[in-house]
Design a binder for this molecule. Structure first.
Ligand code: UD1
Length: 365
């Protein structure tokens, strides 16, 4: 009998982490792999379009939890996923990825039902417990049987927290598998031209962290910074629903739309977004994954955060942490070429999903 493996897909950053693994497992005869979409992200451009880009099938199970407070999301996901495991299909292995609410919720369900559970992207730590994602990382790693890490700093964090060595395996960064899998499609997109942009003559912006966008004063400072910097370099800003809601509620949306060199767009799917990133002069972001993708592509990344759970993107890559009042200076640095080129960290090679497939096969033997 093939072994049942569940992959949890929940929010946008998860999809590019499960896609390569799904493709690596779905053609194996020793396992049956199912995608569980919790529904944490539900808009077409935050979910369905990205599934299509990544050549993922319709989710095998859809929990449809939608938005809500953290407790509501976690509670609803736990109840719905527990029901699947108890009454529909009990997996032999659950794989959760990343650090969103659904990651921690599903890991807890599995652990309590004595289902083996693996965390892909284990060990990342920002050290900042004000970030909901940091709580999710700590909770998830504490209860998972297998901890699959992207980088040596993650191994160290887990060892320092007392996780036994045999649970920790460095597998590399699966996001790079998605990029390599889709690289032809990304090249064919030619997304900059669709927005009237020329290679190397624009920057891409994404901002959605509660710490940046939920505080109206800080949001105003950041938006003023973008407006000012767009006079030096055209900026294309893919506005996350959380950010858009806050801009509208605080009366800043119309003003943001009135600047010729600041192009506001809805979130776009994976291939067009990576096409924009690939040809950009720089990226301004507070995302986690984009810090890694820019390191991989050797594009300057200005991360508007006080800390990062991905320090290797600074020590080996192209990332810098930037305070709001340093943004303009950092943009200038990039424009005059005062930015370090990075190297690709070890095992960020597009082969992480193959390594994990082999590990899982071995586990079942
Ligand atoms: C979540 C993740 C974050 C990840 C981000 C990527 C947690 C704690 N946070 O944050 O780690 O970086 O996703 O996008 O899990 N909304 C829509 N349409 C959607 C999804 C959300 O309109 O498809 C709205 C929600 O109703 C809510 C807001 O956007 O008002 C925020 O969504 P939510 O999923 O709560 O958190 P994110 O900020 O997206």
């Amino acid at each position: 009998m093939p072994k049942n493996i569940h992959l949890i897909a929940a929010a946008r950053p998860n999809f590019m982490k499960i896609a390569p693994l799904y493709h690596a497992l779905s053609n194996q005869d020793w396992c049956k792999v199912s995608i569980i979409h919790t529904g944490q992200h539900y808009d077409a451009n935050m979910s369905d379009d990205i599934f299509a880009d990544l050549m993922l099938p319709e989710p095998h199970f859809h929990l449809g939890v939608g938005g809500g407070t953290h407790a509501q999301q976690v509670g609803k996901v736990m109840m719905a996923y527990e029901d699947i495991c108890m009454n529909v299909e009990r997996p032999d292995l659950l794989v959760v990825v990343g650090d969103v609410n659904s990651t921690a919720a599903c890991a807890q369900v599995a652990a309590k039902l004595h289902i083996k559970v693996a965390h892909l992207e284990a060990g990342l730590r920002s050290g900042d417990r004000l970030m909901p994602e940091e709580i999710n990382r700590l909770v998830t790693d504490a209860i998972c049987d297998y901890l699959w890490t992207p980088s040596p700093d993650a191994d160290e964090n887990l060892k320092n927290e007392g996780h036994p060595d045999e649970r920790i395996v460095r597998v590399g960064n699966i996001m790079m598998d998605s990029y390599e899998l889709l690289s032809d499609k990304i090249d064919a997109e030619n997304a900059p031209a669709k927005y009237g942009l020329t290679e190397g003559e624009y920057g891409v912006v994404t901002l959605h962290r509660p710490s940046n966008v939920d505080n109206p004063e800080l949001l105003k400072i950041l938006m003023d910074g973008l407006i000012a910097n767009s006079k030096k370099l055209k900026l294309i800003f893919a506005v996350h629903p959380r950010t858009k809601n806050n801009l509208v509620e605080n009366g800043m949306w119309d003003q943001m739309q009135s600047h010729e060199n600041l192009i506001l767009i809805e979130p776009v799917s994976y291939a067009p977004f990576m096409s924009l990133v690939k040809s950009a002069k720089l990226i301004i972001t507070d995302s986690g994954g984009i810090q890694e993708e820019t390191t991989y592509l050797d594009i300057p990344c200005l991360t508007l955060r006080d800390n990062t759970e991905r320090p290797i993107t600074i020590s080996e890559g192209t990332n810098r942490l930037v305070k709001p009042n340093e943004l303009s200076k950092c943009v200038d640095d990039v424009l005059v070429g005062n930015w370090t080129h990075g190297t690709k960290p070890e095992l960020w090679d597009g082969k992480t999903s193959e390594r994990i497939r082999d590990i899982i096969k071995e586990l079942f033997n």
